[in-house]
Design a binder for this molecule. Structure first.
Ligand code: AMP
Length: 367
């Protein structure tokens, strides 16, 4: 069976989720509300998603037998992180539909392939160059200029595996520090704000986007999301159009996030795509309490073959991530009028670890 043999689920069916973090946990909770069961597969015995499902497999992603048994239990399989090893996805895909399809991971797991794909659609990205050696870095810097950002092609997240290069920096040192053989150099984008679009696409090709979200990072980790983003309606429509184009070109089924930079210009602001996340995304957490349907439910609906909801935002929404020791304030947050607190059940706080989030819906107005 391949992903193309799409199966429409019925209440009581089982969704397999690869990955046991907070995204898997919130997916499973959304599925439960729709009468669907979830089984979680994760190598980490402390996976927060294990707490909310009856059936879980704690095994390595290379454990073929465990993967086969897991697949046998499920009607469809999805994932909460983009770095699913391709061998794992292939084993599962041979038995059950895997959505979004494995081929999509090949594009989104590698920043170079992803950038080639996005520019191939006629959508703007930062100028970029493939860099596989210190010599190639010199050539790329000569072409792209400084400042620039060097990023590993694979396995980067929350600012890990990347560095800003400025005038006068020692390029050999930068290259050695990155400890990789494959990277890309990107021109530094002088953005005025960072936004994202959370889009859902059904197997029938229908796309629904949430209102565009504005994102603020601290130490490379998302700290606040605001919905709607403070951009013109025209730019917001353009951003949603970009997400829809990407989702359609990937023949995507499920929820995906497209992160973009808003770049000021003499003739008005323009958009530059930073990256695609083939999954539910932290910048969509506000939808849990700030919209008529959450990104998690939209993803479940899409992979179940059920109708997508038309999301309606409830008001001005702020999402605050509780990172590391921020979680210690959970009781204080619980007394804030209009605030909804989400704790991920992760145990002791660790610096930089996402422990929970708070959503505040501050007015009832719609844009
Ligand atoms: P990424 O891992 O690609 O999402 O990058 C993490 C963060 O680094 C982004 O959210 C931006 O704040 C910043 N960043 C990444 N690439 C660029 C770029 N080309 N120009 C300016 N800032 C960037």
């Amino acid at each position: 069976m391949t992903a193309s043999s799409f199966k429409k689920l019925k209440p009581g069916d089982t969704i397999g989720i690869l990955g046991g973090g907070q995204l898997g946990r919130m997916l499973a909770m959304a599925a439960a509300r729709l009468g669907l069961r979830c089984e979680v597969f994760s190598p980490d015995p402390d996976s927060p998603a294990f707490d909310v499902v009856q059936h879980a497999t704690c095994a390595e992603y290379a454990d073929v037998e465990a993967l086969e048994l897991f697949a046998n239990d499920c009607d469809v399989i999805t994932y909460e992180f983009e770095n699913v090893p391709s061998a794992t996805a292939m084993i599962l895909q041979a038995r059950r539909p895997v959505l979004p399809a494995q081929a999509i991971l090949k594009t989104t797991q590698d920043r170079l392939i992803e950038k080639d794909f996005v520019t191939g659609l006629g959508i703007a990205t930062a100028a970029y160059a493939d860099v596989a050696s210190a010599a190639a870095l010199h050539t790329a810097v000569a072409r792209i200029g400084l400042p620039a950002v060097i990023k590993t092609r694979r396995f980067g997240y929350d600012g890990k595996g990347q560095a800003i290069i400025r005038d006068g920096d020692d390029l050999e040192k930068v290259w050695d520090g990155l400890a990789t053989k494959s990277a890309i150099l990107e021109a530094f984008v002088p953005f005025e704000r960072e936004i994202s679009v959370i889009a859902a696409r059904g197997a029938d090709g229908h796309v629904e986007c949430f209102d565009v979200t504005e994102n603020e990072h601290r130490d490379h980790i998302l700290k606040f999301s605001y919905a709607p983003a403070k951009i013109s309606d025209q730019l917001a429509a353009q951003a949603r159009g970009i997400a829809e184009k990407i989702a359609s070109a990937l023949d995507y089924v499920g929820v995906l996030a497209v992160e973009l930079f808003v770049v000021p210009g003499e003739n008005g602001a323009t958009l530059v795509v930073n990256e695609i996340a083939p999954r539910v995304h932290n910048s969509g957490h506000w939808t849990l309490d700030g919209a008529s349907v959450s990104q998690f439910e939209q993803h479940i609906r899409a992979i179940a073959g059920w109708p997508l909801a038309k999301p309606v935002r409830h008001g001005q929404v702020t999402m605050t991530n509780l990172i590391g020791d921020d979680i210690l304030d959970y009781e204080k947050w619980m007394t804030v009028p209009g605030a909804t607190v989400h704790l991920y059940g992760k145990g002791a706080p660790k610096a930089g670890r996402k422990m929970g989030h708070v959503t505040e819906v501050t007015t009832a107005s719609s844009k």
